[in-house]
Design a protein around this ligand. Structure first.
Ligand code: KIV
Length: 263
């Protein structure tokens, strides 16, 4: 049966680890789907790994829709998450709704947007209109220039703000929350405090699930890959086997290891 938001919630409640992976085209979506990935994120990381930009900021809603359409043709079981790019949802909740509709008509089952408490009204508005929303807190790459770089978030006094963000998005109706570049003990506390699945990237092993950028995961991104990522193709003889190994290692708790996490 195809993966839904209900499947993910049941997995959290049962303590079964959730696997997400990004993909941006038909062939890799098909490979991820066949390997048993629970959810494919058509992330705005496509700005870096597909388009060659330094940040996701140049990505447009048209780019996101195009790649979502490609992915939707390749996946039959995985839940597809479309990513609202920079500038496509921050103006008003009506703007967010109009662009979420575009992503869903392109084939996304659910959508993701960056932000915690600041996005509560928008998340509520979308959820009340039948759209499943995943929030994204911690390092939010669309704000990289405001944050002063791709840096760990939530250390010291900032920790409480991230806990409040996670609780606020759950109360607003989000079905999951991505935690990016967050100290592992904070991510564990947030995972404990919310009822919705937490999906970590650079957030330690105690999140309910993990997500990686595909190109980092198979070691083909020519620029520096982040410390929290791992090249699974190094010890595998095919891309299919590498994705399969990632799924196994997330499910068993072998990934992320201590060297992929932050304190
Ligand atoms: O765009 C993306 O790939 C993401 C992940 C890093 C979570 O948002």
């Amino acid at each position: 049966m195809a993966v839904t938001v209900t499947t993910l919630k049941k997995m959290k409640d049962a303590g079964d680890k959730i696997t997400w992976l990004t993909a941006y085209d038909y062939s890799f979506a098909h490979a991820a789907d066949q390997a048993g990935i629970d959810s494919i994120l058509v992330g705005d990381s496509l700005g870096m790994v597909i388009q060659g930009h330094e940040t996701p900021i140049p990505v447009t809603i048209e780019d996101s829709c195009y790649h979502t359409q490609c992915v939707a043709r390749g996946a039959t079981n995985a839940m597809i998450v479309g990513d609202l790019p920079f500038g496509s949802y921050q103006v008003s909740k009506e703007q967010a709704y109009a662009n979420a509709v575009k992503l869903m008509q392109a084939g996304a089952h659910t959508i993701k947007l960056e932000g915690g408490e600041l996005q509560v009204e928008t998340i509520k508005f979308l959820a009340e209109r039948g759209i499943a929303v995943c929030a994204h807190i911690g390092l939010t790459p669309q704000s990289v220039h405001k944050l002063g770089g791709f840096r760990v978030q939530g250390r010291g006094d900032e920790a409480q703000r991230l806990i409040d963000d996670a609780i606020a998005v759950e109360e607003a109706g989000a079905f999951a929350v991505v935690l990016e570049l967050v100290p592992k003990t904070l991510a564990a506390e947030i995972t404990e405090r919310v009822g919705i699945p937490t999906i970590g990237i650079g957030a330690g092993p105690q999140c309910d699930g993990q997500v990686l950028v595909l190109q980092d995961m198979i070691g083909v991104y020519p620029k520096k890959s982040p410390k929290f990522s791992k090249n699974f193709l190094q010890d595998a003889d095919s891309i299919d086997a590498a994705i399969g190994r990632y799924v196994m290692d997330v499910k068993s708790g072998a990934f992320p290891a201590a060297e992929h996490s932050f304190s």
